[in-house]
Design a protein around this ligand. Structure first.
Ligand code: IPE
Ligand code: IPE
Ligand code: MG
Length: 251
């Protein structure tokens, strides 16, 4: 897998989002359309993730957070859950050297309970090995849920209050943000979802409060870096107001 390909060079992008949230959706439909099993669809999705990581690096994106397994995905069949657990582990191990070469720093966002200990171990190992890398931060959201993340943050704050480390009534947005799974992550600028579904599915709800949304009809295994660049180009044309108001100049 080549990172830099002169035939596939990033176009000139005026504005580059600092943090992209990525919902990699549509593996099952992609497989079903081809008479394959859902697991074959998940396997085919791996290359799309590497494509997007390469494209994000080329575009100069600093943070990419990829939704790999949600806290709601436990509702799937035991076979699919088992496959996804094993596969997440395998991909992390198999691609660690390549991501290292690309200077990518890996982080994990998610909760420990229920997640296979071997997956937690692999995620933590990837975090440790890539900790000094200075390029793109790739956060893998595994056993992640936006509401769960807030519940976990609130519980941590409640413990601090009970221990007298935090005064009741002193909690601010900053205090909450510090208790999120990866507190260093900036707010999401661009929220990208493949497969034509128009929803956020409990992904990065706190961080995406002012994100720009981009929904692509492409099923995840067919997604590539060019499509990422199109999304970034469209993002560059959006006017972000953050609640403020601006009049067009009067003639
Ligand atoms: C996304 O693809 C991957 C995961 C949720 C792990 P899906 O498996 O949701 O694919 P569709 O939505 O059924 O097509
Ligand atoms: C979101 O996709 C989760 C991941 C991509 C990991 P889902 O396919 O699980 O979301 P819903 O169920 O369609 O909302
Ligand atoms: Mg889906």
């Amino acid at each position: 897998m080549r990172l830099f390909d002169p035939e596939r060079k990033a176009p000139k992008l005026d504005v580059v989002p600092r943090h992209i949230a990525l919902v990699m959706d549509g593996n099952g439909r992609w497989a079903n359309q081809r008479g394959l099993t859902r697991t074959e669809g998940h396997k085919a999705g791996e290359i799309a993730l590497l494509e997007v990581v390469a494209g994000a690096i080329e575009a100069g994106v600093e943070n990419l957070t990829a939704y790999a397994f949600s806290t709601e995905n436990w509702k799937r069949s035991p076979e699919e859950v088992r496959f996804l657990m094993g596969y997440n582990k395998e991909v992390l191990r198999k691609r660690r050297d390549l991501l290292m070469e690309w200077n990518v720093r890996i982080r994990w966002a998610g909760r420990m309970p229920r997640l296979w200990p071997s997956v937690v171990k692999e995620l933590q190992e990837a975090e440790r090995i890539t900790a000094k890398n200075t390029g793109l931060t790739l956060t893998m959201a595994v056993n992640y849920g936006g509401r769960q993340e807030l519940v976990d943050a609130v519980n941590k704050l409640a413990t601090k209050v009970a221990l007298g480390q935090l005064k009741p009534g002193s909690i601010t947005e900053k205090t909450i943000a510090k208790e999120l799974y990866v507190p260093e992550l900036p707010d999401v600028d661009l929220f990208l979802r493949s497969s034509g579904e128009l929803r956020s599915s409990n992904f990065l709800m706190w961080q995406s409060s002012y994100a720009e949304y981009f929904f692509s009809p492409t099923l995840w295994p067919d997604f590539n870096r060019e499509e990422l660049w199109r999304a970034i180009a469209e993002f560059g044309g959006r006017q972000r107001r953050f609640g403020a108001a601006e009049d067009a100049p009067l003639n």
